[in-house]
Each structure stands twice: as C-alpha cells, then as structure tokens.
Design a protein around this ligand. Structure first.
Ligand code: SF4
Length: 160
C-alpha cells in the first residue's frame, strides 16, 4: 500500500500541533514545517538515540514544545525595515518530562521557518560531534550546555 513500516529517530518523535492550516491562533504552518525538518535532516544526520522534536503554533503549546528535546514555538519573524514578517519560530532545547522534567532553554530567537531544517540539522550535527559518548542522548547533551553555547556549537557546523 506504500506505507512505511520503518521510521527514523527523527521522524518517530516528531510532533506538530494543527498549525495555521486549521487553527486561527497559529503563527506558522507547523505540520508542513515539521515534515520539512524531517525530510531535510533524515538523510543528512544519522541520529541513533531517541529524540523528540515538537512544533507548536502559539503559546497554548498543544504540542508541548517546552518539554521536548528540541521544541519550536511559532512566531512572526520580522524581516526588512517595514513591519513585514514571515512565518518562523523560537527554538528551544533540553526540555523533558517524567523523571527528566524540566523546561527547555531558548537557543534561537526569531528563526525563519525556511531556515529551520538547516538549523535543526546543524544542532543535531553538533550533538553527534560533541556528545560525551555514543550512548549520551540529545537531552543529556543539551543540558550540559546553556542556550548560547548550543547555538555557537550548532553555528560552527556546516549545513549540507
Ligand atoms: S498550539 Fe496554538 S496554534 Fe497550535 S493547535 Fe494549539 S491553539 Fe492552535
């Protein structure tokens, strides 16, 4: 029937709220952007540990971006000198639940949606390059650093 029976760590933990395709509160097209992140990152970053990436369109946070390994909350990102905006996100990392309960820290503010796939790619590449061991999860890695350091590590990585 053409349905996949396998999935990657990136797609297995990928969640998006309704987004602006069906919810008036959303600042971004979360489901489309989530698919774009997975389509871009899957063939480029061999993630071998559990990972949650959540995209939510507004502060109601139906997709719970704040307790995700990588969480994005929709934002209208200013562009140019007028009041123009484009769809985008603020990106957080290191959130968790249950025994790992904590709120993620902001890594990128006002990230254009079109830049989200490559930004997540670079953040994941930074994780693979700097994790303490092959068993260290993204969550543990993210919590060893503050948001600014995570951003610098990601920005030092090249996008494919
Ligand atoms: S998080 Fe906001 S935009 Fe997304 S479905 Fe919930 S209310 Fe709508």
């Amino acid at each position: 029937m053409g349905l996949d029976v396998k999935t990657s760590q990136i797609r297995a933990g990928l969640i998006a709220c309704t987004g602006n395709a069906g919810c008036k509160f959303s600042a971004s097209d979360t489901k489309r952007h989530a698919a774009a992140i997975a389509d871009w990152c899957e063939p480029r970053v061999p993630i071998d540990t559990p990972l949650n990436i959540h995209l939510t369109g507004c502060h109601h946070s139906c997709a719970q971006h704040y307790i995700s390994d990588i969480g994005l909350i929709g934002a209208k990102v200013p562009v140019g000198e007028d009041d123009d905006t484009v769809e985008g996100y603020h990106l957080f990392a290191g959130g968790g639940f249950g025994p790992n309960a904590d709120v993620g820290q902001e890594v990128y503010h006002d990230l254009k949606a079109e830049d989200a796939p490559k930004t997540v790619e670079k953040l994941l590449k930074a994780y693979l390059a700097h994790r303490a061991s092959p068993d260290e999860t993204f969550l543990t890695f993210a919590r060893r650093h503050d948001g600014e350091t995570l951003r610098k590590l990601a920005d030092a990585e090249a996008s494919s």
